[in-house]
Design a protein around this ligand. Structure first.
Ligand code: CTP
Length: 403
């Protein structure tokens, strides 16, 4: 991944036990060529000495303990304007609450309020605090304003609890900054609708039919589009993955639920990517009571055709919209995928031969061929997260050509 030469990064360190890990963040950023300026809250200085950050960053550390409030006006404007990116790590519940309210009662919150640079936060706190209604509301407000959230991870916390609230690892935090600078925000201003996971077709209140889809590909696409600045809506069926932060998520169960949501959401999106594994059939005689054995040795279940959601979305397509579908095949890959491209009025189809090891359902990797009218591109075995980025690149290239 790219270096961070000539980037000015302001790192805000707040008072949490994870503050010691921020020293590693500074070292990593410096190794990538960034100019790092650290602002510490008074509480942070109780955990780590400012001298540590001063030595590692090579810049004067700004703390509330050393500066008088009169200096704030000059200093906060200077750093706020200098920043190419602002990172708060660890971000305590208290600092996130201050940011959400626009409070400016110390050097860090004052500078954050003044900056126009993109802001990243790496929350770190006890699970109860992370899950508290107030913190949930604060996070939604911050994300709605475009603040990018890294983590937190799940694991054993300093207080002994096990759960969400652990600050993400320094390497992961630095990668998020690199990804931001590498990709820029080429999806800013675009509204992207993604479907993910398998549908469930109910037989009765305790039984349903589904498929092997994990939602990994669709979730990777939603996360990547959001990271590149898009406003993303994720419509998800059965998934095994955590849902991405900062994305508006709509749950669905059956193919018919999915159709209803897509008919409503399609008109207000620019790019629609349908990675969901939709059941082609549903039970004709679904029951709202549990089906009993009643002494039978055999039962026959009749299934009837489901609507083809992608085809319905294809009929709604307006100028300026880009439709992307997937094709899961076990033979005649290209011929079948091209048929779906035309039939569903798609601009791009991602074809996988799901019989190949490392491709298809419920794996972290995929092997695919991207097919569009007049072109194709082979995607060898790679992580779904990596493939997601390449699919997004191809979509932008097609849109630039006016398709
Ligand atoms: N799809 C859909 N509604 C369905 C079936 C599929 O919207 N009832 C979408 C999927 O989300 C995917 C694309 O259509 O983007 C192709 O799905 P796939 O299962 O490969 O193909 P099918 O159209 O179901 O065709 P077949 O089962 O005959 O291969």
């Amino acid at each position: 991944m790219m270096g961070l030469e000539s980037k000015h990064i302001i790192l805000g360190v707040t008072g949490g036990i994870a503050a010691y890990k921020s020293a590693e963040i500074v070292s990593r950023l410096r190794r990538l060529g960034a100019d790092v300026h650290v602002i510490m809250t008074r509480n942070a200085t109780e955990f780590v000495a400012p001298l540590t950050f001063q030595t590692l960053s090579g810049n004067q550390v700004v703390t509330d303990t050393f500066q008088t409030p009169e200096n704030w006006q000059v200093e906060h404007v200077a750093l706020a304007q200098l920043a190419d990116a602002f990172l708060v790590a660890p971000a305590t519940a208290n600092m996130l609450a201050k940011m959400a309210c626009g409070l400016a009662d110390d050097m860090l919150s004052t500078t954050l309020l003044a900056t126009k640079a993109p802001v990243f936060v790496a929350p770190a706190m006890n699970t109860g605090m992370w899950e508290a209604a107030a913190t949930r509301e604060n996070m939604s407000r911050l994300q709605a304003r475009g603040v990018k959230v890294i983590g937190p991870g799940t694991g054993k916390l300093a207080c002994g609890d096990v759960g969400a609230g652990r600050m993400s690892e320094p390497a992961e935090i630095v990668e998020a900054l690199q990804a931001y600078f590498a990709e820029g925000e080429d999806y800013r201003g675009l509204r992207v609708l993604v479907t993910a996971g398998g549908t469930r077709e109910r037989l009765d209140p305790v039984r349903f039919m589904t498929n092997d889809s994990s939602g990994k590909m669709g979730i990777a696409l939603a996360r990547a589009a959001q990271g590149r600045g898009a406003a993303v809506t994720l419509v998800y069926g059965a998934v095994t993955q955590p849902l991405p932060e900062g994305v508006s998520c709509i749950p669905v169960e059956s193919a018919r639920d999915l159709l209803r949501v897509m008919e409503k959401e399609t008109p207000r999106h620019d790019i629609i990517i349908q990675a969901a594994a939709v059941a082609d059939f549903r039970f004709r005689d679904a029951s709202d009571q549990k089906i009993k054995k009643n002494g039978q040795h055999e039962i026959t279940l009749v299934m009837v055709e489901n609507p083809d959601v992608a085809e319905a979305v294809g009929r709604l397509k307006k100028a300026g919209q880009t439709l992307v579908g997937f094709a899961a095949e076990t033979g005649h890959l290209e011929e079948n995928a091209e048929g779906k491209l035309t039939r569903k009025n798609l601009d791009l189809i991602v074809a996988n031969d799901v019989t190949r090891p490392g491709a298809g359902f419920n794996t972290d990797t995929n092997i695919a061929t991207l097919i569009w009218r007049g072109g194709r591109q082979e995607m060898p075995l790679q992580q779904k997260t990596e493939l997601a980025g390449k699919i997004l690149d191809r979509i932008l290239a097609l849109r630039k050509e006016g398709r």
